[in-house]
Design a protein around this ligand. Sequence first.
Ligand code: IPE
Ligand code: IPE
Ligand code: MG
Length: 253
Amino acid sequence: MQSSVHNQDNLHVAIIMDGNGRWATTKGLPRTSGHFAGIAALRGVVKAAPGMGVATLSVYAFSSDNWRRPASEVAALMDLFRFYLVRDLTPLVEASVKLVAIGRRDRLSDELAKLIAHAEAVTARGTRLTLRLAIDYSSRDAILGAVAACRPPPTREELAQQLAGNSVPADVDLLIRTGGEKRLSDFLLWEAAYAELYFTDRLWPDFRAHDLALALGDFRARDRRFGGLSTTAGQPTASADHDRASRAPASAP
Ligand code: IPE
Ligand code: IPE
Ligand code: MG
């Protein structure tokens, strides 16, 4: 069994925060109210995550394909990102959260790009949780960009470092998608190579700390083998940290 000392688990959890629009529509509200309610759900999860053994939380806020949405919805989302970065900056610092944005910045407004850079600088010393906010993010583009930035062609470790940017490279341990869809929608394709996948019908604005605890409970009951054999079937039990540290990259046959 893995450690029950959750705050030493050092997990990387990724969340595809989906279902905001449906949450609003079923209530007869405009889709943007769902996005607004989604911010409250994010706050709850950010607050609860460090106490549940999560060291890194990567959340999908806006995919590069989301530019295809109506301009009014895109504008409302950009407003909300600005609102969050202003309104939540002090609480994030007080909670010792380090905020890092992943994704393209050149298509964001100057104002939003500046707010992101400011939030990253002000929260840089946070140690309790690294919150990676994916805005204008495409995993395929991130991989292409990381490969192009390395010369000669990168090793796995170099590519992982390039993809991690300002955060410590860490494979995703648990990837949660709310909203009932069972797909990755171009999120963290490289980093989630051995992630445990958890899909829930819960719509993102209804997702609470309790739901995160349920997902982590499910995760902790799984047998992660990384291509090897079960550590619970007669072999010495290794801690989760040891498992991660000793995970050998596959070599060519
Ligand atoms: C996720 O919720 C938020 C973003 C993609 C920005 P959606 O807006 O995709 O909500 P649904 O899937 O339409 O319900
Ligand atoms: C993925 O959700 C992106 C975010 C949650 C930000 P989408 O709602 O855009 O994904 P698809 O279109 O259902 O695959
Ligand atoms: Mg959606």
